[in-house]
Write a new protein. Structure first.
Length: 352
């Protein structure tokens, strides 16, 4: 086989209170984010005893993926490395080197294309490989999967179940919001992030029309912005959207689909399950939050399908590359100018 290992690459998160500040300093290193904002985000983690669920969710995903590969007799070990916290990518690549791995396929826990959700991970792998040095495995990235049938199937299943939690008379009236991490406009304008989110949301909505009495309207909103107020980011914000909906006479229910996230990690638990839920309670809105793809069987089988697809392609075979909708399957190898980093603005001089 052209590959001899799988590498799951994720964001990482703290697992105790002492980890929180060092973790956030890793996340924000080199970024124009005030320390006050960092300390504010730290409180989100302290609200959950300093533990982000993302690492445990990655362990569960890896366990499910190992079972899936074994079931199809795909004999590839699965490793795991994070961008911002242990197990860090460089440490994982060092272990892979010791284990004799020569070439690995990387699955990144991000379905969409932007600098921070795709290219930066590739840069992290390059930096980790340079840190390990001679003998480090070659690492190739699997394509983004925002419109892969497996990803859409998982979200459709979860969203259908969410609507069924509402009383029948509320299902057709409920506001349907798809949400994703906001990013700077300068980053969004140099990537397909927003277009991919809109397409994935549309693909889900088409499939769930039956539980909404044929309705196919929805709104894409954003959450978790972290930049300075003077920097424009993708909008509308989910909390502002909920307030406007209520102010315009909306008074029944809202179904929130965190389509921009793969797992129910801190930004989902705090920004949606805490802040948005508290606001909905204040506004007397019934809120149902759809789970992320997580370890949904169809999502796990999608990862296996992507692995098999790429191995066959590298082996010279002509293979089907499943993709729903109008945008087609994403590329396997990113171009040099794909999803560039936003230009850094010069620092603002302090007023005297």
């Amino acid at each position: 086989m052209p590959y001899d290992a799988i590498l799951v690459v994720s964001f990482g998160g703290p697992e105790k209170e002492a980890d929180v500040i060092p973790f956030l300093e890793n996340v924000l290193r080199g970024k124009d984010v005030p320390r006050e904002r960092m300390l504010s985000v730290a409180e989100h983690y302290y609200h959950f005893n300093g533990t982000s669920p993302i690492n445990e969710q990655n362990r569960s995903l890896i366990a499910a993926l190992k079972k899936e590969l074994a079931r199809y007799e795909i004999a590839l070990p699965v490793y795991w490395g994070n961008r911002n916290w242990h197990p860090l990518l460089a440490d994982t690549l060092e272990q892979m080197k010791k284990d004799g791995v020569k070439r690995a396929l990387a699955f990144m826990t991000s379905a969409f294309s932007s600098y921070s959700s795709c290219r930066q991970y590739r840069e992290n792998i390059i930096a980790a490989r340079e840190a390990v040095g001679d003998g480090v495995p070659v690492v190739d990235k699997l394509r983004v999967f925002f419109n892969h049938p497996g990803f859409i199937d998982a979200i459709v299943d979860q969203t259908t179940s969410a609507f069924q939690q509402l009383p029948a008379e509320e299902r057709s009236r409920a506001l349907l919001l798809f949400t994703a991490h906001s990013i700077p406009l300068s980053m969004a304008q140099n990537s397909k992030y927003q277009a991919q989110l809109e397409e994935a949301s549309r693909l889900v909505v088409e499939r769930i029309a039956g539980v909404r009495d044929g309705r196919q309207d929805f709104q894409l909103v954003y959450q978790s912005r972290s930049g300075p107020p003077t920097q424009p980011w993708l909008e509308p914000d989910i909390l502002e959207t909920l307030r406007k909906y209520h102010g315009a006479g909306g008074k029944d229910a809202v179904v929130i689909v965190p389509i921009g996230f793969v797992s129910d990690h801190m930004e989902v638990l705090y920004d949606l399950d805490t802040e948005a839920r508290d606001l909905c309670a204040e506004l007397a809105l019934r809120m149902v939050r759809v789970p992320c793809a997580g370890t949904h069987p169809r999502f796990v089988s999608m990862i296996r399908e992507l692995i098999v697809e790429r191995m066959a392609t590298e082996g010279g075979a002509s293979v089907d590359r499943p993709a729903l909708g109008i945008m087609g399957a994403s590329h396997d190898v990113c171009a040099a100018d794909c999803c560039p980093a936003p230009a850094r603005r010069p620092p603002v001089a302090a007023k005297t």
